[in-house]
Design a protein around this ligand. Sequence first.
Ligand SMILES: [Zn+2]
Length: 220
Amino acid sequence: MKKYRLFMVAFFLAFVSFFNFAFAQDKKLSLLSKVIYLDPGHGGADSGAFYKNYREADINLAISIKVMNALKKEGAVVYLTRYGDYDLSVANAWNRKRSDLSRRANVINKSECDLYLSIHLNADSSGMLKGAEAYYDTINIENEKIAKIFQEEFKRELNSTRDYKENSTKYLQRRVNRPGVLLEVGFLSNASERALLVDDVYQNKIASVIRDGVIKYFNG
Ligand SMILES: [Zn+2]
């Protein structure tokens, strides 16, 4: 009797795993084999914008990890420039910030990824501005198109009233020749937007909006 029960359990497990396999084969993975580099801004000694104990660096990383998971579910191969609270500067760099950004640019360029996204939060001294926006550098001809796609998603899904912009003064964006943009996903300096940006549910929303932008870029 015991043996029979064991056999039934084994049979059931085999059936379930076959069903899962068949189902997984059936699901269309819209980003299969695409290599995507995510760059969570700041980290370590460099907190980025800082308001009421909230560090931009921490929120950038939390959102980037959620984006990574969302993209992996679509079959993408995803790398992050940092996976924890640190920066990439070399020891005793004469300019720590520059060393950090230049190493990030190097790893992204060497990866030959299909797309990279730097993820940051915005800040302004008035505290009035809010909304997500995309910045592009003209170093790669694809970048303007990518910025436009993300801005449309931000307008429709996050109610952003801002526009995408060319910005060719950003140290990292100027040096990365792979296609990609800088996403400033909200203003940490704005009280109402800050309450959203630190919220897990809203961070997941941002992640799914970014995933949809990536899918649109690759699949039209
Ligand atoms: Zn930043």
